[in-house]
Design a protein around this ligand. Structure first.
Ligand SMILES: [Zn+2]
Length: 112
């Protein structure tokens, strides 16, 4: 989380992350963390990133390809895709621990 956010908010998100990590491990659920930067502005159809893709808080409409969808749904597709991609990027090994017990850190997808 960027340092521009107040300390209280960064602390709250850190605590949420800690709770999620604990609960996921306790129940054997795979937890993936992805860089959420621009997931709300990125088109899940063509990948174009533009602040103007969001005409308002609820809607997403790509300025390049015209794809439109609810903003939350579009962002969730982007997040899911990043998580799926991060799984494919994990090295394969016979000694690798069970995926269900791993907490994986996805690669950064930040677009500057
Ligand atoms: Zn698009």
């Amino acid at each position: 989380m960027p340092k521009a956010y107040p300390e209280e908010l960064r602390s709250a998100f850190a605590q949420l992350g800690s709770f999620l990590t604990y609960k996921a491990a306790r129940h054997g659920v795979l937890l993936l963390q992805v860089n959420a930067a621009y997931t709300g502005q990125q088109c899940s159809a063509c990948g174009h990133i533009d602040r103007k893709n969001r005409p308002n808080k609820a809607e997403f409409c790509c300025r390049r390809c015209g794809f439109s969808l609810g903003a939350d749904r579009n962002a969730s597709i982007n997040i899911s895709r990043r998580a799926t991609t991060s799984l494919r990027l994990q090295p394969t090994s016979r000694t690798r621990p069970d995926r269900q017990k791993l907490e994986l850190q996805a690669r950064s997808f930040r677009v500057e």
